[in-house]
Design a protein around this ligand. Sequence first.
Ligand SMILES: [Zn+2]
Ligand SMILES: [Zn+2]
Length: 231
Amino acid sequence: MNYGASMNIINPGKEDYHMHSMNYSDGMNSVFEIVYFAGKIGLNKIAITDHSQACLDAKGKCRVSGRDNINRWKNEINDVEVIFGVEGDLLNEEGDICDHLSDEPAEFLILSAHPKVYQLQSSKDTITKGYLNAIKQYHKKIAFIGHPCIKHFSDAVDIKEVIKAANDYGVAMEINGANMMNNRTDMANLDILLERADRVYVNSDAHTLHELKHAREKAFEVLREKGIKLG
Ligand SMILES: [Zn+2]
Ligand SMILES: [Zn+2]
């Protein structure tokens, strides 16, 4: 297999663009702890990308604090550059998305499909059309497709079609460290992604400090084992 012949890893270094806090969704640590720890382990830039309102509603979770004051926040802890994004949700076949977590527009938007939020209607239903419609409509604001190789949807997604649309519209795909660590990656779809995707992010999707430290390492280890050169 010809892995990564044309693939460009956008963040091969000390930048992680996908993680969750307890302030705004289902992470186990506060923004303060995440930023402090990110500095401790040598990250230069992070995006705290909590779940969209649709996801919190579907999973019966509420956010602990509002985001009204987010633009008053400055990192006083260390030199890590911090941006606040949203892990948005694909909602339906039409490609509607939920891109917000409060009324503030997201600085950085991931588009993901989550169980319970995107509901498959039958065992034959797919989410491919939803992805294609969303990419077509919202490609300008989507930084990347989050965990496209998640096992939960592996029978319901034509990954080749999604990668093609993402490449055509300049949307990147994600290699998701936490899913790799927690055995939630469809490895066959990952192989297809590594062969075909133009641009990929390698992120932790950390919900814990342990994942913030180790999940990207785990993903890079898998890429190295597959013979992919990491810059
Ligand atoms: Zn997700
Ligand atoms: Zn996530």
